[in-house]
Design a protein around this ligand. Structure first.
Ligand code: ADE
Ligand code: ZN
Length: 338
């Protein structure tokens, strides 16, 4: 392993934009299929499900994989495998999106369906903390281009369950921004905020800067992707003044075709402007790069030095929803890595 790769691995890092379903490798999908399908998927058939041409194709592929998670044991397996991979990369904390919206739609809105699945996720989370020393928080993600009622179901479930499970830290909106912005969710976001949930939102991934303004206007605390902010210098200034954390996902953006190349991703521009940028992998099993890979690409494609990589790691802790004491402790550890 070269020096920089070793340094990156040793840096304590948080991953803040990661979809559980997007971490499922084809081999795990084959295992799941063997549990459930009369004619289980072959490895080649599983791999074929991960191929896509553009952003819409990616969303279809994501749905095809998500729909093969059936019961609590499947979610537990997926979450445990995810935690193992995170720990191997020197990730000490992750805030993980769960596509709760897809779960409800796929199961005919059965109000009983989610709690057992969540129990499976929690088993994996507790085991990951105990055996791997990694902390996980859950973010309940709704699909923005489904109906408002679907999103309400997801967010109200988060509100209801948060009383019992403090690991449920927030809510988010994924899906196709070209079909639905943020404004329709204003009241639901306010309701979630009042209940103590933190607010994230995918914005400006496939849409112009106005989508990011709209996400900010409904109270989103962190912005996922924020790719198009680069087109709007006033918005960049606003993001800087507010210290809005940005969950950037360069390889994801290149692979879905919304950014021409890693080298041209606005990460460097945002970083140099002093924005609170974090690096993330989004859906590593689909895009072929994990968080370590993203840090390495920041180094090779955009010349991030060791100290700049260290800053990305400390940004990830600062932008997390961890308690302040834990943030201070990880930040001190990051500073001490030579
Ligand atoms: N769901 C999973 N990954 C996503 C992405 N990059 N954009 C929107 N929705 C998603
Ligand atoms: Zn995402």
């Amino acid at each position: 392993m070269n020096d920089v790769a070793d340094f990156i691995r040793r840096l304590p890092k948080a991953e803040l934009h990661l979809h559980l379903e997007g971490t499922i490798a084809p081999a795990t999908l084959v295992e799941l299929s063997q549990r459930h399908d009369r004619e289980p998927l072959t490895q080649a058939e599983a791999e074929a499900l991960y191929r896509f041409q553009d952003f819409s194709g990616f969303l279809d592929a994501f749905k095809a994989v998500t729909n093969r998670l059936v019961g609590p044991a499947d979610y537990e397996l997926a979450a445990w495998r995810m935690a193992q991979r995170l720990a191997q990369q020197g990730i000490v904390h992750a805030e993980v999106y769960i596509s709760v919206g897809v779960i409800y739609v796929w199961r005919n809105h059965d109000p009983e369906c989610f709690e057992p699945i969540f129990a499976g996720l929690e088993q994996a989370r507790v085991r990951a903390q105990r055996e791997l020393g990694i902390s996980l928080y859950w973010i309940f993600d709704a699909v923005r281009h489904f109906t408002l009622e679907e999103a309400a179901r997801v967010f109200r479930k988060a509100i209801e369950m948060r009383c019992e499970y403090t690991s449920i830290i927030g809510i988010g909106l994924g899906g196709d921004e070209r079909r639905c912005g943020s404004e329709p969710f204003r009241e639901l976001y306010a309701e979630a905020r009042a209940a103590g949930l933190r607010l994230t939102n995918h914005a400006g991934e496939t849409t112009p800067p106005e989508a990011i303004r709209e996400a900010l206007a409904i109270g989103s605390e962190r912005i996922g992707h924020a790719l198009s902010a680069v087109q709007d210098s006033e918005l960049l200034e606003e993001l800087k003044v507010r210290s809005t954390p940005l969950e950037l996902n360069p390889t994801s953006n290149v692979r879905t075709g919304v950014c021409a190349s890693w080298a041209e991703h606005p990460l460097r521009r945002y970083f140099d402007l002093g924005l609170l940028v974090t690096l993330n992998s989004d859906d590593p099993a689909f895009f072929g790069s994990d968080l370590e890979g993203e840090y390495m690409l920041a180094h090779t494609e955009q010349g991030f030095t060791r100290d700049e990589l260290r800053r990305l790691a400390s940004n990830s802790i600062e932008a997390s929803f961890l308690p302040e004491v834990e943030k201070a402790s990880w930040t001190a550890r990051i500073e001490s890595i030579g």
